[in-house]
Design a protein around this ligand. Structure first.
Ligand code: CUA
Length: 177
């Protein structure tokens, strides 16, 4: 589904770019005396235009080539543990909250009401380790391997109402669990 959306976006963007190029090509043909005076300026403008286009395509290709987000390709692996995570206004419901370091944990993320953002933070410095959207009617799979033991905080990344900030859970990663 994401692949389809991506392909469709590319085709539409190409269409818009073609129309844009046609308009620019039509507009850059100067007529009359004023045109001859301005011709040199137009030439430079046209060159600059192509430099911007080529640079834009090159930068987009270099940065978007790895789409979808790294990690999705690995999501086909068979998980060791499956944890169902359901977002509610305003709490997280996890059917288990303790896993072992090193095992491949698959979170099946969904929501019972509105959209939430399921985000797992590393114990140190509260950096995000992984995140997925919690959507009503959909289950998004998120595979995570916790390398270090510790308490990993789960917070909500999408504003979902008054007590959005209170949506907090903890995943305990324990070697002896
Ligand atoms: Cu749930 Cu914000």
């Amino acid at each position: 589904m994401q692949g389809l959306a991506w392909s469709l976006s590319l085709v539409l963007m190409a269409g818009v770019a073609l129309i844009f190029l046609r308009v620019v090509a039509g507009a850059s043909q100067p007529g009359g005396d004023a045109g001859t005076i301005a011709a040199a300026g137009y030439r430079w403008r046209d060159r600059l235009f192509w430099v911007v286009i080529v640079a834009g395509v090159a930068i987009s290709f270099a940065t978007l080539r790895k789409w979808p987000i790294p990690g999705h390709a690995a999501a086909a692996a068979t998980p060791d543990v499956i944890v169902r995570a359901v977002g509610h206004q305003w709490r997280w419901e996890l059917d288990r909250d303790t896993v072992r370091p090193g095992e491949l944990v698959e979170f099946e993320v969904t929501s019972a009401d509105v959209n939430h953002g399921f985000a797992i933070y590393r114990p140190e410095k509260s950096r995000i380790l992984a995140q997925a959207q919690a959507m009503p009617g959909y289950t998004n799979k998120l595979q995570v391997r916790f390398d270090e033991p510790g308490d990993y905080e789960v917070l909500c990344l999408e504003y979902c109402g008054l007590a959005h900030h209170a949506m907090r859970a903890v995943i305990k990663v324990r070697a002896d669990s």
